[in-house]
Design a protein around this ligand. Structure first.
Ligand code: ADP
Ligand code: MG
Length: 389
């Protein structure tokens, strides 16, 4: 991981090489993993993410010619430049739609246009939210440069709008909230219905623990519309239950009415059961962490979350299940897939001195499955979006 200073220097140099002149500043926003609370965000429920050490950096300067220009060190072929007036969903196409969507939200503040140079260590498409790291780094830059009245939740909305309305990715509020609002040493307990949040201390190292992240290498692009299907299924379950959001259902027994003898009813029951039990799992983990409980005790709750995503929500894939199984067999206290599903990454809560053994067990399992060795790293709850230079 680069230090913030090295990262800022690299982005600054790359900006100058690409656009000439100096950027007005460099901003960073992290990727995230969700400790627990998966797919609850678009159901008005609870989430508990931490920010990764991995960040995306945006070096930014205003221009005078009314144009939007963007380049990424991770995407050689994808530099774009067009008139601000021509920004619209689908224009520009591809990755630059993310920064363009953020700029569009504040276009009236930027009459002269803007240049953005992006650099990142967040694995792309691994379920670790490189997209939110990208939008949030640019949103924070624009806040500092032209919109000082915006607060954290405003930035979250702008970043989410870019992803939902401009790029057309139907994410909830989890990723952007984590990237903007997380603080080092804490997990972010967020109620996505009223947007209230609490920083919950999470000192894994102090407890002799580590959070191991394993990227399955299965990209969720292969998923087709799985995420959108789950959103629609949750909406339909809520409609049949007579509630606006599944969050409003606290008692699993209430879901029995969904069971109407049809295959669809049974499916909606399982989808809703994941959401209702997942909200309860978030509350259980938060109350364990708020008290002085040993963080190891949250392990089985994480594993139960995985089983629910696998069996009720049906968004796991064999390699994610393999990570969880092999990590648990090698002594992890808990493990689960994270993110939107159909690929991406899994986490395992392990004793610090067992990281190597668990990593070796997962790697051996991948070999046996004939899959390329997975990327693994240990993470700690890290800082949210910030200015670097
Ligand atoms: P995730 O957020 O889980 O990494 P997404 O599919 O939501 O996956 O977002 C990945 C997309 O975000 C990439 O396909 C690309 O368009 C864009 N992106 C993220 N980081 C960068 C980067 N550093 N440079 C260019 N594009 C990026
Ligand atoms: Mg994303």
């Amino acid at each position: 991981m680069s230090s913030d200073q090295d990262a800022a220097h690299r982005a600054r140099e790359a900006f100058t090489a690409r656009f000439g002149g100096e950027p007005e500043g460099v901003w960073a926003a992290p990727g995230r993993v969700n400790v627990i609370g998966e797919h609850t965000d678009y159901n008005g429920g609870f989430v508990l993410p931490i920010a990764l050490e991995h960040t995306t950096r945006a070096a930014v300067a205003r221009r005078g010619d009314g144009r939007f220009a963007a380049a990424s060190l991770q995407d050689d072929g994808g530099a774009v430049e067009l008139d601000l007036a021509d920004l619209a969903p689908g224009s520009p196409e591809g990755w630059a739609g993310y920064p363009a969507g953020v700029v569009t939200g504040l276009r009236d503040r930027l009459p002269g246009g803007i240049s953005v140079l992006v650099d990142s260590e967040v694995p792309v498409g691994a379920g670790l939210s490189s997209s939110a790291a990208l939008t949030c780094s640019v949103a924070l830059a624009l806040r500092d440069l032209v919109a000082p009245e915006l607060d954290g939740p405003d930035l979250v909305e702008i970043a989410r709008g870019a992803e939902n309305d401009f790029v057309g990715a139907p994410t909830g509020i989890l990723d952007q909230s984590a990237s903007v609002l997380c603080t080092a040493g804490h997990a972010l307990f967020l109620d996505t219905r009223d947007r209230s949040s609490e920083q919950v201390p999470l000192d894994l190292a102090g407890a002799g623990l580590a959070l191991l992240v394993v990227d399955s290498g299965v990209t969720h692009e292969h998923a087709g519309g799985g995420y959108g299907d789950r959103r629609r299924e949750c909406e339909e379950a809520a409609r049949r239950l007579g509630v606006d959001l599944l969050r409003e259902v606290e008692d699993v027994d209430r879901l029995a009415v969904l069971s109407d003898g049809t295959a669809e009813g049974e499916l909606l029951l399982r989808r809703a059961r994941h959401i209702v039990t997942e909200d309860a799992r978030v509350l259980e983990v938060v109350s364990a962490l708020r008290g002085d409980a040993d963080p190891r005790t949250i392990g089985p709750v994480l594993t139960a979350g995985h089983e629910s995503l696998r069996d009720d929500f049906e968004i796991s894939v064999p390699l994610l299940d393999a990570i969880v199984e092999s990590a648990l067999d090698a002594g992890a206290h808990g493990a689960r897939m994270v993110g939107g599903g159909f690929g991406g990454s899994a986490i395992a809560l392990v004793d610090a001195d067992a990281v190597d053994a668990v990593t070796a067990a997962v790697t051996t399992r991948f070999e046996r499955e004939g899959a390329p060795a997975p990327r693994t790293f240990v993470t700690v709850p890290s800082a949210g979006a910030r200015r670097l230079a």
